[in-house]
Design a protein around this ligand. Structure first.
Ligand code: NAG
Ligand code: NAG
Ligand code: NAG
Ligand code: NAG
Length: 595
C-alpha cells in the first residue's frame, strides 16, 4: 500500500493535504481541458487494424436537451463489413464543456441497451474521455443492422440541476475479422477487451437472439399514454423508470420454441433519492430524513410474476459523488461502463417455451425514487430442432434473510443491515445437443453499516457484498460445463464536516472500494482460472456551497490486476490534485509498482 495512504490516518494528515493543495483554484484546470480515464486495461482493442470502423452516431447534447434527450440514427451495416466478426468494440468518445453535474447516458441498438455510462462532473472547464467496451456479446443485435435499424444514445441529468454546457458524443463501432492479435482467441474467461472487466465465462459464444426488455424503439409514441412514467425525464427513453420497490416494469416476449439456453442481463443506474444508496443509513424516524431504509438493494426479475433471481448491485460511485475531486482524472470503478447483471435462467426455460407470450419484468427491492432499468434476454437457439422439451427439476429461491439493527440518538447513532441467501435452480432441456441439466446456485452475504458520530459531524459507511455464483451443466452423470464466479465488493467511506464561512460546508474524507472476481471455468474438461481486482483508495477535501462543490482536492490510488494461467497484467495509477503522478503498468505483474 502507498505509505501516504493508510486507510485510517489521523485528521491532521487530511488537514495538511487541504493546506498543501491551496493552490488549486478550480475542479479542473481551466480551459486546457482534462482527459479523464478509467485506469483499467489500456490496450482495449486488439492490436491489429479493424476490418472496418464506422461512426454510427454523432451528436452535441446541448443545454436545452438538459432533462433527457435521445438521439437516434437509422443505420444499415455496409456490405463491405458483413457478419460474422471475431470481435466488435464500441467506442464512445465524449467532450464536455461548461457545467455538467454527473448525468446518465446509454447506447442502444433497436431498443436493446449495450452500454450504460455516467458522465463526469465538470464546472466551467473542458473534459474529454472515451469509453470502450467489447460488445461482441451483442453480435445478434449488430447482425440485425444488416437490414437497417436504430442506434440510439440517450443522455439524462441525474439530479435536479440543468447542465449549462454542451456534451459532444461520437459513437463508433470497430469490427474485427480473423484471428485477434494481442490476445488469445480461446481460453481466458475474463474479457481482455473492454474498459470494464466482465465475466465472459458464461458467454463463450454470443447468443443467437437478443430480445430487449425495455420500452423498445417506439418509446416516443408509447409514452404519451403511459401514466406509470411520472416525470418527463424518462418519456423519450428506452429504459424503464422505476419509482420505488413496489414498482416493476416489463415486456411481453415470445421466444422461439427451440431455445435451449437463456440469460437475462439487466442494466441499472440509480438516481434522485437513491443516487448514493450505498451510504444510506437505516433510521426509524429520529433523525428524520428520506434516507432511511438502509443500504441494501436487490435488482430482481420475474417471469409472469414468478421470481427468477436477483443480484445486489455493485456500488458504482458517480463522478459527482462522495468527493468529486477524487474522480479526476481517474474515474471511479465502473462509472464509465456500469456493470450489467446476468441471471442464468436456463433451468426455468420451461416457463417460456410454450410458444405463448410471457411478461418478463424487472424491479429493485429496497429501491427508492428512482432507478433506470432495462434488460436483454440472450437466447441460444437449436437450429436442428423445431422445438426443444424442458422441465424444472427444482426451484428454491427464498428471499434473502435480512437482519436490521439501528440505534439513533438525536444527532448520532449507528445502523446495520445484514443479509444472506442461497438460491438453487435446476432444470433440464432436451435438444439436439442431448438432454442437458443446468444447475444454478447463488450464495450471497452482505453487510452494510453506517455510523454517525461527533454530533453528526463524522459519518462512516462500510459495506461488503460477497457472492458465489455457480452454473453446472450435466449430461447424464457427466459434467460438460461448469462456471464458478466468486465476487467480492467492499466499500468504506469516511467523511467529516465542519461549517465554514458563508454557510459553506468543509468536508474531508477517505474512501476505499474494490471489485474482485475469481472465475473458474471448466469447459469439456479444460479448466481455467482468472482473477481480476480493481481497487481505489482516495482521500481529500471539498468545500460545498448549496450542495455544489466549489473548491477541493483529492488524491487517488488505483490498482488494477488481471491474472490468468498465462498472463498477469498490473496497472497502478496515482493522482493528486487532478494530475497523474504515476501511471505504471506491467504486462507480467513483476514490477511492484509502488512509487
Ligand atoms: C429513420 O427512419 C424513420 C422511418 O423510416 C424516419 O421517420 C426517421 O425520420 C428516420 N430518422 C432519421 C434520424 O433519419
Ligand atoms: C467527433 O468526430 C468529429 C469528426 O468526425 C470530430 O471533429 C470531433 O472532434 C469528434 N468529437 C468527439 C467528442 O470526439
Ligand atoms: C433534470 O433537470 C430539470 C431541470 O432542472 C428537472 O426539471 C428534471 O426533473 C431533472 N431530471 C431529473 C431526472 O432529475
Ligand atoms: C431429461 O432428463 C431429466 C432428468 O435427468 C428427465 O427427468 C427427463 O425426462 C429427460 N427428458 C427427456 C426428453 O429425455
Amino acid at each position: 500500500m502507498h505509505p501516504k495512504l493508510h486507510r485510517f490516518s489521523p485528521p491532521f494528515l487530511l488537514f495538511t493535504l487541504f493546506v498543501c493543495s491551496n493552490a488549486l483554484p478550480s475542479l479542473l484546470p481551466m480551459d486546457v481541458g482534462v482527459e479523464l480515464f478509467d485506469p483499467t486495461l489500456p490496450p482495449v482493442a486488439p492490436t491489429q487494424t479493424p476490418k472496418c470502423s464506422i461512426q454510427v452516431l454523432q451528436h452535441e447534447f446541448s443545454a436545452a436537451d438538459c432533462n433527457s434527450f435521445a438521439t437516434t440514427s437509422n443505420y444499415t451495416q455496409p456490405d463491405e463489413c458483413p457478419a460474422p466478426w471475431t470481435r466488435v468494440v464500441l467506442e464512445v468518445s465524449l467532450a464536455a464543456s461548461g457545467g455538467h453535474k454527473d448525468r446518465v447516458a446509454a447506447v442502444s441498438i433497436n431498443g436493446a441497451e449495450i452500454l450504460r455510462s455516467s458522465t463526469p462532473l465538470t464546472i466551467g472547464s473542458k473534459a474529454y474521455w472515451k469509453v470502450q467496451k467489447d460488445v461482441t456479446r451483442y453480435t445478434s443485435l449488430l447482425s440485425e443492422l444488416e437490414y437497417g435499424g436504430k442506434i440510439a444514445m440517450i443522455v439524462q441529468n441525474n439530479t435536479n440541476s440543468a447542465p449549462s454546457g454542451v456534451l459532444a458524443a461520437n459513437v463508433t463501432l470497430h469490427f474485427y475479422r480473423g484471428p485477434l492479435m494481442g490476445e488469445k482467441v480461446t481460453g481466458p474467461t475474463i474479457a481482455k477487451l473492454g474498459g470494464r472487466p466482465a465475466v465472459k465465462g458464461l458467454y463463450h459464444e454470443p447468443a443467437d437472439l437478443i430480445i430487449p426488455i425495455s420500452r423498445g424503439n417506439n418509446y416516443n409514441e408509447d409514452d404519451i399514454n403511459d401514466d406509470s412514467i411520472s416525470t418527463s425525464a424518462s418519456r423519450n427513453a428506452f429504459w424503464f423508470h422505476v419509482n420505488d420497490e413496489s414498482d416493476s416494469h416489463g415486456s411481453s416476449v415470445t421466444i422461439p420454441r427451440n431455445t435451449y439456453r437463456a440469460i437475462l442481463e439487466i442494466f441499472a443506474s440509480y438516481h434522485g433519492d437513491d443516487k448514493q444508496w450505498y451510504g444510506n443509513p437505516l433510521q426509524e424516524s429520529t433523525i428524520g430524513s428520506s434516507n432511511s431504509n438502509g443500504g441494501l438493494r436487490q435488482i430482481y426479475a420475474t417471469i409472469d410474476g414468478k421470481y427468477i433471481g436477483s443480484r445486489i448491485p455493485f456500488a458504482v460511485i458517480y463522478p459527482g459523488s462522495v468527493n468529486p475531486y477524487y474522480w479526476t482524472p481517474v474515474t471511479a470503478i465502473g462509472s464509465f461502463d456500469l456493470p450489467s447483471y446476468d441471471l442464468e435462467i436456463t433451468p426455468l426455460l420451461n416457463l417460456l417455451l410454450d410458444g405463448q407470450s410471457h411478461e418478463i419484468a424487472v424491479g429493485v427491492k429496497g429501491g427508492r425514487n428512482f432507478w433506470l432499468l432495462s434488460g436483454n434476454l440472450h437466447l441460444w437457439i437449436d437450429r436442428f430442432s423445431d422445438a426443444v422439451t424442458s422441465g424444472i427439476i427444482s426451484y428454491s429461491a427464498p428471499p434473502l434473510k435480512v437482519t436490521r439493527h439501528a440505534e439513533w440518538g438525536t444527532l448520532d447513532g449507528s445502523s446495520e443491515v445484514d443479509a444472506e441467501g442461497l438460491m438453487k435452480l435446476v432444470g433440464w432441456v432436451s435438444s439436439s445437443k442431448g438432454n442437458l441439466t443446468t444447475m444454478v446456485r447463488q450464495k450471497v452475504t452482505f453487510k452494510s453499516q453506517v455510523e454517525v458520530q461527533n454530533r453528526g459531524a463524522v459519518t462512516q459507511v462500510e459495506m461488503i457484498n460477497k457472492e458465489r455464483m455457480e452454473v453446472w451443466v450435466h449430461k447424464g452423470n457427466l459434467v460438460v460445463g461448469r462456471v464458478q464466479v466468486f465476487m467480492e465488493a467492499p466499500l468504506q467511506v469516511q467523511t467529516s464536516r465542519v461549517l465554514a464561512a458563508g454557510g459553506a460546508i468543509f468536508e474531508k474524507g477517505k474512501l476505499y472500494h474494490q471489485l474482485s472476481e475469481v472465475v473458474n471455468l471448466n469447459m469439456n474438461g479444460v479448466v481455467t482460472t482468472s482473477t481480476m481486482t480493481d481497487r481505489q483508495d482516495a482521500e481529500g477535501s471539498v468545500l460545498m456551497h448549496d450542495g455544489t462543490p466549489v473548491w477541493g482536492s483529492g488524491s487517488t490510488r488505483s490498482t488494477y490486476q488481471l491474472r490468468d494461467e498465462n498472463t498477469c497484467y498490473l496497472r497502478t495509477v496515482n493522482t493528486l490534485g487532478g494530475i497523474v503522478k504515476d501511471d505504471i503498468s506491467s504486462p507480467s505483474c513483476d514490477t511492484v509498482a509502488d512509487a
